[in-house]
Design a protein around this ligand. Structure first.
Ligand SMILES: Nc1ncnc2c1ncn2[C@@H]1O[C@H](COP(=O)(O)OP(=O)(O)OP(=O)(O)O)[C@@H](O)[C@H]1O
Ligand SMILES: [Mg+2]
Length: 146
């Protein structure tokens, strides 16, 4: 199978259009007849990553790369970055503003959910420059983390 790459744009603080990139990825995977459970896991990770870019990060791109073995989802933003990735990964840790909390976000569960629903997650971040979150999903059940 040849590889495929698609890129979607995410606008910082745009709460009206927030979620559209992950919905576009979900539609793409449905049209390609991916396994529904795999689509569900990718949609959760895409949505949480997209919302983090919108709320905490900056303008971003969501890239999906598919080859015969795996799907790679990469969200890169040009925001303020994460001071401590270890702390950010802790369930319940959040720096969400009151405004964002009023919209129902800020439980500090996005990153833990992304870790749980992907087979691998790598986060790179530089204060003042931005954040890159890469998640891998194995396409063959025997390679998936149970
Ligand atoms: N792209 C990002 N840029 C800067 N900081 C981030 C980014 N993503 C996450 N963070 C930091 O990590 C914290 C934890 O993120 P996480 O997604 O787990 O929780 P949350 O977004 O605060 O709440 P929830 O996802 O439950 O609505 C955030 O509060 C923020 O401080
Ligand atoms: Mg979040």
């Amino acid at each position: 199978m040849s590889s495929l790459e698609k890129k979607f744009l995410i606008k910082s603080k745009d709460f009206i259009r927030a979620g559209e990139a992950s919905i576009a990825v979900q539609s793409l995977l449905k049209s390609m007849q991916f396994d529904p459970d795999l689509i569900r896991r990718i949609a959760i990770c895409g949505y949480e990553g997209e919302m983090n870019a919108v709320m905490h990060g900056g303008d971003a791109t969501m890239t999906v790369e598919i080859d015969s073995e795996k799907l790679t989802l990469i969200i890169t933003d040009t925001g303020e970055g994460i001071d401590s990735i270890e702390q950010a990964m802790q369930p319940g840790f959040s720096t969400a503003s009151d405004e964002v909390r009023e919209m129902g976000f800020g439980a500090g569960m996005g990153l833990p959910n992304m870790k749980k629903n992907s087979d691998d997650i790598q986060i790179e971040s530089e204060t003042g420059k931005g954040t890159r979150v890469q998640m891998i999903f194995h396409l063959h059940k025997e390679d998936q983390v149970p």
